[in-house]
Write a protein that binds this ligand. Structure first.
Ligand code: FES
Length: 485
């Protein structure tokens, strides 16, 4: 048995200290994870993102080469280390540093309000004063709403960061963590977050929820339910179960929205449902751009879907602790000012040091990350149109931009960097958190008639066809073509 020491963790919450037994062969991050202290990690503990910093008070282990490359010398002397690298060998005290990540905004708003557009009589018979919970489990954030079942009014909201983020920031890393033996911890973390939301509603709104509907991407759904994630992470990317699933959670009847494939999940089904896009005859595009960029084109009741791993460029924090929409605004500004060229190269002397653009600090790496993410999205749009037999952007009637990234995005900047084709600029409609809205809407309707609603949701899925973007012939060519601004 290897030697164990005691790590005292100061969490920053009103003098709170947590005492952890630590195996000296492990890294601090491993011990923190086992204790479900969720430090952010963009690189899954590879030592490249620099997000998992802790500060040792007093004794600090000798810094590794990787840490010396990531942390300034004066900070190293002050005791800062990467928790994914640090292996202390004697009792020590650390400060967990998650303050910056907590600043990520969680979007609960949506411009789609189908609840209130339903005829009142439709909901007659539902018990006045009782409630339904809608939950949107995103890879980065979790948003919950408490709705009055008879009026559809939102009586309370609850948001938090997804505590699983210490196991990686994107879907691919979470799937890997699930397959690497952390499935139980990941499930416990997300279930506890949802429980906290439920408790919040029960305490503050004295709610007695009749039903909870959860919408999320397929990986988040698998981790919540405790399904193995192995098959999600490798070709042919088969989910264990993506059908509508009903169960009891914390004593509340709960429904998990059905999904379409391993990479197009129940959050997108909820979005299409909220926007009523299944009724639309003219072609439209639905884009939900986060760490996983999901894209759907609809023509005459048929849907074609694909997804691209966009990495943290759109949702996560950049090197200068900036958000995706902020970085896109800043890059558009740099392009206009001639400080970055069309290939994305920053002019000297900013290549090494980065540059402040209108108060947003941008590094060369930030630009490269955005370029790769936008190239994947544009290639996705290209193949959606091509496979639908639509030539050019003219026939597209509307582009629905869902999710937090789309909500805060400056449309002109998005067009300037080439994320959105200029021909579509006037057709953009920002629709917000449609996953949450769709879950709430489905919840109220399920309470009236589960059989009909289940069929309605399954009809959407039946009319969906998914294709794997990365294996399309010419994908690489298109991707490279769209890398330039
Ligand atoms: S540097 Fe990324 S998790 Fe440690």
């Amino acid at each position: 048995m290897s030697e164990r020491i005691m790590i005292t963790v100061q969490t920053g919450n009103a003098g709170e200290e947590i005492y952890l037994l630590h195996d000296v062969k492990k890294t601090v991050l491993e011990t923190l994870r086992e204790s479900e202290i969720a430090l952010p990690s963009l690189c899954s503990g590879m030592g490249t993102c620099g997000r998992c910093k802790v500060k040792f008070l007093g004794y600090a282990p000798f810094p590794t080469q990787t840490e010396r490359g990531k942390i300034a010398p004066d900070k190293l002397r002050e005791g800062y280390r990467l928790s994914c690298m640090a292996k202390p060998i004697k009792n020590c005290t650390i400060q967990a540093l998650f303050a910056e990540e907590e600043k990520i905004k969680v979007l609960t708003e949506s411009s789609i309000g189908r609840e209130s557009s339903e005829p009142e009589r439709y909901y007659e018979g539902l018990e006045t004063g009782s409630s339904v919970i809608a939950a949107d489990i995103g890879t980065t954030t979790i948003a919950m709403r408490l709705l009055d079942v008879s009026t559809g009014e939102v009586s309370d909201t609850y948001t938090c960061l997804n505590p699983q983020r210490s196991y990686g920031m994107d879907v691919v890393e979470r799937i890997r963590a699930g397959s690497d033996g952390y499935a139980v911890q990941l499930q416990r973390l997300v279930q506890e977050a949802i429980l906290k939301g439920m408790e919040h509603f029960i305490q503050t709104a004295h709610a007695k929820p009749k039903l909870m509907v959860i919408a999320c991407n397929t990986a988040m759904g698998h981790l919540f339910m405790g399904y193995p994630t192995d098959t999600l992470g490798k070709s042919p990317f088969r989910p264990v179960n993506i059908g509508l699933t009903e169960f009891s959670f914390n004593g509340v009847r709960t429904v998990l929205m059905p999904g379409i494939s391993a990479f197009v999940g129940g959050d997108i089904v909820a979005g299409l449902y909220a926007c009523e896009l299944y009724d639309s005859v003219k072609p439209w595009l639905f884009l939900d751009l986060g760490t996983n960029a999901e894209m759907v084109i609809g023509t005459g009741g048929r849907f074609l879907c694909t997804a691209a791993a966009a990495g943290p460029a759109f949702e996560g924090k950049g090197e200068g602790n900036t958000t995706g929409p902020e970085r896109i605004g800043a890059i558009a500004h740099l392009l206009e000012a001639g400080l970055a060229d069309e290939t994305g190269l920053l002019k000297e002397p900013y290549f090494e040091a980065g540059i402040d653009a209108d108060g947003i600090f941008v590094t060369q790496k930030d630009i490269r990350d955005i370029q790769m993410a936008k190239a994947a999205v544009r290639a996705g749009i290209h193949f959606l149109l091509k496979k639908s037999g639509i030539s050019g952007y003219e026939p597209i009637e509307r582009v629905y931009l869902a999710g937090g990234f789309g909500f805060y995005l400056d449309k002109e900047a998005a067009v300037r960097i080439g994320l959105i084709p200029s021909e579509l600029q006037g057709k953009l409609e920002v629709v917000g958190n449609t996953s949450l809205t769709g879950a709430g809407l489905a919840g109220r309707k399920i309470l009236i008639d589960m059989t009909t609603e289940k069929r309605n949701l399954e009809d959407i899925i039946k009319n969906c066809e998914v294709f794997n973007l990365a294996v399309q012939q010419d994908f690489d060519k298109k991707y490279i073509e769209y890398l330039n601004f």
